[in-house]
Design a protein around this ligand. Structure first.
Ligand SMILES: *Cc1c(COP(=O)(O)O)cnc(C)c1O
Length: 406
């Protein structure tokens, strides 16, 4: 199955999990993560697959993907620590610092100097800063391709000058890195996040073609091209899934004639549809035309709707949902912000207080972006594998909120 919809989750199992662990609750299915990984490696059989840890850095996710054979792509010292501590070998770790704070590079120097880890540098001065910390190992140069795409402007990184070296300076940075004794391996670009449509695919292809041209004319011999992540998932139930084979073909075509290893860095694609968020209805309110369902999860649990105007499917898990009349419903959280909305104007079987709702595609950038704003403790996470289940992150308590106060 190339896509798992919210309707494919067992309602009886989800109701039982909510009973047992309480809500809000993230449920994460590792069988699905493994299926997603297999599908991706099937489409890209020769590629090195590096999981983009920022999508979901939970140890349980890292363990599952490491065991499946993935490497790890890390964006910060914290992600590096979590990946290395989870047992990823340095040679399977890529560190992609963007405007890295000194403390991050200190940590990277400590853990990566003298290893076969790869650092993807997005600006010439990151080379200086790595060298002064004893790291002169494998590097990729991140290219700012000037073309971006994605589910919203906030994540179309390829178009944003913050990321990568401008095209016309790439060869200079490669030569400089080589002169300084770095093990210069290749180029990297990340078009953006949530690529789904044929037009996104064209943008991706344009970015890979840019990399290919730069490799072909490079002053330093290169043997690796990392095309980043961004493989999208359909958040709307009516959206077709990503045509992965078409993306793989476009990628291969763009690299035709070059003798390079390909690396990809999927985050969302591996974990998004492996997760759902469960929430309980606290209050209901009739408004003009819309029923408001106030639930115990909100923008502090899942910020994507508030931050990106992202769409997440919502399903009623009320045992008698099939007998209720669907009415336009907005699902809102308990935070004092108008942005605190999970879904707007959805036809949902008329909700009642105490009902359980499931929010789909919550496995990526869900718990990872959770905050304690409004002094709201973060939710629990339960992981499933076959019939087994395990609490992998306990629910935070009110006492946890002040543990760092000095
Ligand atoms: C965020 C990011 C990814 C993963 O993006 P997804 O959309 O989750 O696949 C991969 N590589 C880099 C450099 C990133 O910043």
């Amino acid at each position: 199955m190339s896509v798992r919809r919210l309707a494919d989750w067992s309602d009886t199992r989800l109701r039982r999990l909510a009973d047992e662990y309480g809500t809000p609750l993230y449920v994460h299915d590792h069988d699905r993560v493994r299926e997603n990984y297999r599908r991706l490696t099937g489409a890209f059989p020769d590629a090195d697959v590096l999981y983009a840890v920022k999508a979901n850095a939970g140890r349980h996710v890292l363990d599952t993907l490491r065991e499946a054979g993935a490497g790890a792509e890390c964006a910060s010292a914290g992600e590096l620590k979590r990946a290395l501590d989870a047992g990823f070998a340095p040679e399977d770790v890529h560190y992609t610092p963007v405007n890295p704070p000194a403390r991050d590079l200190d940590y990277a120097g400590d853990r990566l100097a003298g290893t076969d880890a790869t650092v993807t540098v997005g600006s010439a001065d990151t080379l200086d800063r790595l060298e002064s910390r004893g790291f002169t190992g494998r590097v990729l140069v991140r290219v700012h391709p000037g073309v971006g795409a994605g589910h919203s402007a906030e994540v179309a990184t390829g178009a944003d000058a913050k990321f990568g070296v401008p095209r016309d300076r790439v060869h200079g940075v490669l030569a400089d890195a080589d002169d300084r004794g770095f093990d210069v391996r290749g180029l990297h670009a990340h078009t953006g996040s949530g690529l789904l449509t044929a037009s996104d695919r064209d943008d991706h292809r344009t970015v890979v073609e840019t990399l290919a041209e730069l490799v072909a004319e490079s002053p330093v011999a290169l043997d690796r091209v990392d095309v980043g992540g961004g493989f999208g998932v359909p958040y709307r139930e009516s959206e077709p899934p990503l045509d992965l084979d078409a993306v793989a073909t476009a990628t291969r075509d763009a690299l035709a004639g070059l003798d390079v290893e390909l690396a990809i860095e999927p985050g969302r694609y591996l974990v998004a549809d492996a997760g759902v968020l469960l929430a309980t209805v606290n209050t209901t309110k009739e408004t003009d035309g819309d029923l408001l369902a106030g639930v115990d999860a909100g923008m502090t649990t899942l910020i994507r709707p508030a931050l990106y105007d992202a769409y997440h499917a919502v399903r009623s898990l009320a045992p008698d949902a099939a007998d209720r009349v669907p009415v336009p419903t907005s699902v809102v959280g308990p935070v004092c912000e108008s942005a605190d909305v999970l879904a707007e104007g959805r036809d949902i079987p008329r909700v009642e207080r105490g009902d359980l709702l499931a929010v789909g595609n919550a496995g990526a950038y869900g718990v990872e972006m959770a905050s304690t704003y409004n002094s709201r403790p973060r939710p629990a996470v339960v992981a499933l594998a076959g019939d087994d289940e395990r609490l992998v992150r306990r629910r935070e308590t009110l006492a946890d909120l002040t543990t760092h106060e000095a």
